[in-house]
Design a protein around this ligand. Structure first.
Ligand code: ADE
Ligand code: ZN
Length: 324
């Protein structure tokens, strides 16, 4: 069987190929101001990455631009052998460029429909707030998502600078999203230590953690993650590029799995980190000792944790069985 890949942690703005960003910048006469050089995004640490990401995102100025971006990402994902993808989308980034929430959702949903028609790949959207924009902005995002239900918008998350605010500050936003029936995930344990993950679990009641790798620094937390079946959206190549770890052998993916924590593999912002979902699976094979069976288990875990209806989950799980 060809290994079916599954992605549940990718930012749609962060999936933009530099060529597409340059083309849209030319179309709109936008100054990219050193965002891209020689076909590569330019940044040197997490703070600069976030700013580079914002500048690249600023060339997406219509629902149709998001449709093209989404089709580009899902087409590439399907070509790698993926059967399902969840993308984070940021209404704050869209609004900054004058795109309404409705146009953002319709554009991404249309791109996912196009990709599904082409290859059969299934997709869902997780709307995300941006942590460093603060709790009030997060509530506004959660409220607009809750007020405008859409069948393809199935989750709510939080990205951005983990060093800003505390998880508890975002409890009101996550309560709105939870009451709207959305699946919940939040970045934590990437640039924050184990306490950031503990706070996120205690206050935001998520079933998944974006990254979560620094949980390994607290054995009691690791036990809790394993016991409660919290799923980590691990993005190994992202962690390496952002210098969370010095060497691939320092990455805790293998140790987390060995401790019984549910792990999945994801690309985060693939062109920013010179990666792809397939390369993140390859990282696990090459540096964390994952067998083909282990990699298939990651895909199954991702489907089990996906924010998707039960019918679709059952169909996708069938495609992740060893005999399929
Ligand atoms: N937004 C996009 N990528 C991110 C990351 N790796 N961490 C936090 N926020 C992000
Ligand atoms: Zn992320």
């Amino acid at each position: 069987m060809n290994l079916p890949l599954v992605e549940i942690h990718c930012h749609i703005e962060g999936a933009a190929p530099p060529e597409l960003v340059e083309r849209l910048a030319a179309k709109y006469g936008a100054d990219l101001d050193g965002t891209i050089e020689n076909g590569r995004y330019v940044w040197s640490d997490f703070t600069e990455f976030l700013s580079c990401y914002d500048r690249a995102s600023s060339v997406f100025r219509s629902g149709d631009d998001y449709r093209e971006l989404t089709l580009t990402y899902f087409r590439d994902l399907a070509a790698q052998g993926a059967i399902y993808g969840e993308v984070f989308a940021s209404p704050d980034h869209a609004a900054a460029m004058g795109i309404s929430y409705g146009d953002l959702v319709d554009g991404i949903a249309a791109g996912m429909d196009d990709a599904k028609t082409e290859s059969g790949i299934e997709g869902r959207i997780l709307m995300t707030c941006v942590r460093h924009l603060g709790p009030k902005a997060a509530v506004a995002v959660a409220q607009i998502v809750a007020d405008n239900p859409h069948p393809m918008v199935t989750g709510f998350g939080m990205g951005g600078d983990e060093r800003a605010f505390t998880a508890a500050d975002f409890a009101p936003a996550f309560t709105i999203a939870r009451d709207a029936g959305l699946g919940l995930t939040s970045h934590a344990g990437e640039f924050g230590g184990p306490q950031s993950v503990i706070d996120t679990l205690d206050h935001l009641h998520v079933t998944r953690i974006g990254h979560g790798v620094r949980s390994i620094e607290d054995p009691v937390l690791v036990e809790r993650l394993a016991r409660d079946g919290i799923v980590l959206e691990v993005c190994p190549r992202s962690n390496m590029e952002l210098d969370v770890y010095d060497e691939p052998s320092d990455h805790p993916l293998a140790a987390l799995k060995a401790a019984g924590v549910k792990v999945t593999l994801n690309s985060d912002d693939p062109p920013f980190f010179h990666t792809s979902l397939a390369e993140d699976y390859a990282f696990a094979r090459e540096h964390s000792g994952f067998s083909e069976t282990d990699l298939l288990a990651c895909s199954r875990t991702a489907i089990e944790a996906a924010f998707v209806d039960e019918d679709t989950r059952a169909k996708l799980l069938k495609r992740c069985t060893p005999s399929a």
